[in-house]
Ligand binder design. Structure first.
Ligand code: PMP
Length: 456
């Protein structure tokens, strides 16, 4: 498409579109990047420029941007049953099959699946389930939910409250009460001098226990965690962190919610991050790669312990008073079901595992560069964190916008990465090939060289 079309797109976007997670004050000057098609792991803008999409969009397009099987499944579903709901005992074959499939894949035994449309809705639903559950079992005081600083769980009122990032709270009058935050397991940044990962994990678990005791164990209902913290900077926990945390949770009968919205469906090298990091959740939320991002859909899996109490209580009131118009949407469920079949048919887990060493080495190859402080990752997700002086661990002055600058330079090399502060994230489609992994890091290396020169 030609430049005049882009100019029109830009003007119309600026005039009409309120963008999420965008600086709305500068957007009218900077304008949009308009993506209009995709093929494989590449997307193309409205000026014909191609980009290797190393973030799978927003950590979701695991099968890339042109999977024909998903398009066909969606089209057939639209022609068959374009809409029906699941309230009042209604169901549809796609929702049933998807629920069964998810239970079969679950990292721990799960009893039932509730469907929603986004990660935020899934996490809001999880919060409500925790509250409802504790009312149902006669522990109405046990309602506080502990999340972690730097967590990202979404933007609806409860999910944004669970998130531990300043922009999600500031000036939105959040978090709501009964939601608390404890420290996150980022060893490089928060460990004391000389503290091993093991000791750091022990300290965090002890601090969690102290917080539960301070609040009163009878008031704490759940702990929520992403196995790997995504939007907070791709923070990979120490190996024994979840083990230690779960011992504390078990001691005080605190439920565990695993937010698998990013980690789910192969990202960490196993089907769920819970398997990779040893989480045994009572409630598990998933979205994103559930449909490869092709349609909005999310899922909340609940254990039989939770389900039995919730079901019994709903019997007393006459209904479980929660659900969305689009819960179990037949088109979304058909596409999600096909996505899970593609993962199986293409043996995506084996493919991911075969690429992990190359991907992680590709990240580590940048560890010694002038402005790189830490490289972290697991499976096919990782981040490179920039520091002004890595040896002294001096961060860049935020006014320098180092991360955003590097991401811009990458864009000019035809590479889409994401800057989260000064951490640059990589989360490519799981279908990426070995050659494309090399191509991705080659593009990044060129951007990094220009970034380094700009400070010389
Ligand atoms: N949880 C996690 C771990 C996420 O990364 C996200 C989205 N980035 C969400 C929840 C929220 O999902 P959504 O944007 O679909 O509401």
């Amino acid at each position: 498409m030609n430049a005049s079309t882009h100019a029109e797109n830009a003007a119309n976007d600026i005039a009409a579109h309120l963008h999420p997670f965008t600086n709305l004050a500068t957007h009218p000057q900077l304008g949009p990047l308009v993506i209009q098609r995709g093929d494989g792991i590449f997307v193309e803008d409205d000026q014909g420029r191609r980009y290797l999409e190393a973030m799978s969009g927003l950590w979701c397009a695991s099968l890339g941007f042109s999977n024909a099987r998903l398009a066909k499944a969606g089209s057939e579903a639209l022609h068959g049953l374009p809409y029906y709901h699941t309230f009042n005992g209604r169901s549809n074959p796609a929702a049933i099959a998807l629920a069964e499939k998810l239970l079969a894949l679950a990292p721990v035994p799960m009893s039932k699946v509730f469907f929603a449309n986004s990660g935020s809705e899934a996490n809001d639903s999880a919060v409500k389930l925790v509250w409802y559950y504790h009312n149902a079992i006669g522990k109405p005081e046990k309602k506080k939910i502990i999340a972690r600083r730097n967590a990202y769980h979404g933007v609806t009122v409860a999910a944004a409250s669970l998130s531990g990032l300043v922009p999600n709270h500031r000036d939105f009058d959040l978090p709501i009460d009964r939601i608390l935050h404890v420290d996150c397991p980022h060893h490089f940044r928060y460990a004391e001098a000389g503290e091993s990962e093991e000791d750091f994990a022990t300290r965090l678990a002890a601090a969690l226990e102290q917080r539960i005791l301070d609040e009163g164990p009878g008031t704490v209902g759940a702990f929520i965690a992403e196995p790997v913290m995504g939007a907070g900077g791709v923070l990979v926990p120490p190996a024994t962190y979840f083990d230690k945390v779960q011992k504390v949770l078990a001691k005080y009968e605190v439920l565990l919610i695993a937010d698998e919205v990013i980690c789910g469906f192969g990202r960490t090298g196993q089907m769920f991050g819970s398997a990779t990091f040893g989480l045994r959740p009572d409630i598990l939320t998933a979205a994103k790669a559930l449909s490869s991002g092709y349609v909005p859909i999310s899922a909340v899996m609940v254990s039989e312990k939770v389900h039995a109490a919730v079901a019994a209580n709903s019997g007393k009131i006459g209904t479980f008073g929660h659900g969305f118009t689009y819960s179990g949407h037949p088109v979304a469920c058909a596409i999600a079901l096909e996505t899970l079949k593609v993962y199986e048919d293409e043996n995506i887990l084996a493919h991911v595992q075969s690429l992990v060493p190359q991907f992680q080495q590709g990240l580590q190859a940048h560890a010694a560069r002038r402005y790189v402080g830490e490289v972290r990752g697991v499976g096919l997700i990782g981040a490179i964190e920039l520091y002004a002086d890595p040896a002294r661990r001096t961060p860049f002055d935020p006014a320098q916008k180092a991360g955003a600058r590097l991401a811009e330079l990458a864009l000019a090399q035809g590479l889409i990465v994401r800057a989260m502060g000064d951490s640059i994230a990589f989360c490519p489609p799981l279908i990426i090939t070995a050659e494309q992994v090399d191509d991705m890091f080659a593009r990044f290396g060129r951007a990094m060289a220009i970034f380094e020169e700009s400070f010389a």
